[in-house]
Ligand binder design. Structure first.
Ligand SMILES: *Cc1c(COP(=O)(O)O)cnc(C)c1O
Length: 402
């Protein structure tokens, strides 16, 4: 096989916009890095970011936090979830999701996913009936939204609050409505590999004033919540201000300064991700062995990563396939690995969660591969990557079959 090796890094993001760098330098010059440290008449960078985020998202309220995981923890605690309560979440997600549930003392019950990597709503309904959960944490893992109208109807009917983990769907929509606006709250991450990059960071959005007042106090606002950029009015804090513990998970002005110009450009970034996704998907689709998840017409996705399956591939075959792709410079993640590597997503490796039987999810993950599509790749790069994967897959599946 004479195919050129790909040489760019799969973890290299774009630089921070110059405007963001200048604003961050300004924050450092001022010395006022803490979000509540403001000069008279000044609006802190964090407050401005919250205001702009709420406006962009179309939510009444927004809270900036220290990480996406912190936003999830705060959301659960603000929703009244505590020790021994059951929270349902996808069996296919990233470790901070079960981690956040466990961190508030709750029990994780995992829900199957479909072949298209979406939350299996039939299994969700069955598990709501069987476990009487206190919340559903729908994690839109790798950007695959389930039928959001059906999901919110299921949760409404059962009287269970819905919290969306939108770490991979910031900017995605279902029937024109933004991910993060279908339930009680939506949580986002601005950790380096997500749709905005401040190293670490996260957000919570909601239209529920009392919930958001509790969340703001939980984030560590002390009695300075009046300085927030997208917070409910004073009366909603009356109860929360003394009842909610301070769990210190604030964002600082430096990070917010880096994020504001990125948020202003996010629609352009989404278009560029989708150009890269479509080219890669089109090349992968030429290989009969490769199965791409279907993308429903109701979904406006953000193709910041791509997933595909090689159904029936053996464990040995999967290892050989990713090794061959790695030799050609293409970094694939395989979700069926027995031992967790890198960012972990295999439910069996979360020993803080009771072991659960998820045969359909396991079957999907056994043949599931994943790859980031950073914006530092050109569309041409994506075509080359696609061709490398197709060549490796065809070679591997021919070998596996013989
Ligand atoms: C990254 C991520 C999170 C949490 O984000 P952090 O900011 O790293 O805490 C939550 N869910 C998913 C699916 C993620 O990928």
């Amino acid at each position: 096989m004479t195919i050129a090796r790909f040489s760019k890094s799969f973890t290299q993001q774009e630089p921070i916009p110059e405007e963001g760098i200048a604003a961050a330098v300004e924050v450092m010059r001022s010395g006022r890095l803490h979000r509540y440290n403001v000069a008279p008449g000044e609006e802190a960078e964090v407050s401005a970011l919250e205001r702009e985020l709420a406006q962009w998202q179309g939510s009444a309220y927004a809270l900036a936090c220290s990480s996406g995981g912190a936003a999830l923890r705060i959301a659960m605690r603000a929703a009244g979830i505590g020790a021994g309560d059951v929270v349902l979440t996808n069996a296919f997600t990233l470790a901070p999701v079960p981690g956040a549930i466990v961190a508030v003392g709750a029990r994780v019950v995992l829900v199957e996913i479909t072949e298209d990597l979406r939350l299996d709503l039939d299994d969700l309904e069955a598990k709501i009936a069987a476990h009487q959960p206190k919340a559903v944490m729908a994690s839109h893992m790798r950007g695959h939204l389930c039928d959001m109208e059906r999901l919110s109807a299921i949760c409404d009917r059962a009287g269970v609050p819905l919290i969306e983990d939108c770490a991979h769907t910031m900017g995605a929509k279902w029937n024109g409505r933004r991910s993060g606006s279908f339930g009680l709250a939506g949580a986002f991450s601005s950790q380096t590999y997500k749709h905005l990059n401040s190293g670490e960071g996260g957000f919570l959005v909601s239209d529920d004033a009392d919930f958001m007042a509790r969340a703001i106090i939980l984030s560590g606002s002390y009695m300075l919540y009046g300085r927030h950029g997208a917070a409910p009015s004073e009366e909603h804090f009356r109860q929360a201000r003394l009842d909610m513990p301070n769990t210190s998970a604030r964002m600082d002005n430096l990070r917010a300064a880096l994020l504001r110009p990125q948020l202003a450009r996010i629609e352009d970034a989404i278009n560029r991700w989708n150009d890269r996704y479509r080219v890669t998907a089109n090349v992968l689709a030429t290989c009969p062995q490769i199965v791409l998840p279907r993308r429903p017409a109701q979904e406006d996705y953000v193709g910041s990563s791509i997933q595909f399956r090689l159904p029936g591939i053996s464990a040995q075959g999967a290892e050989a396939f990713i090794a061959r792709a790695a030799d050609l410079g293409v970094e694939l993640k395989w979700f069926g690995a027995g031992d967790p590597v890198g960012f972990t997503s295999a439910h069996s490796s979360w020993h803080y969660v009771e072991p659960q039987s998820l045969p359909r999810t396991d079957d999907v993950l056994a043949g599931l591969f994943d790859m980031r599509l950073p914006l530092t790749f050109t569309v041409e790069d994506c075509r080359q990557i696609g061709e490398i994967i197709v060549a490796c897959a065809a070679e591997q599946m021919a070998g596996d079959a013989s």
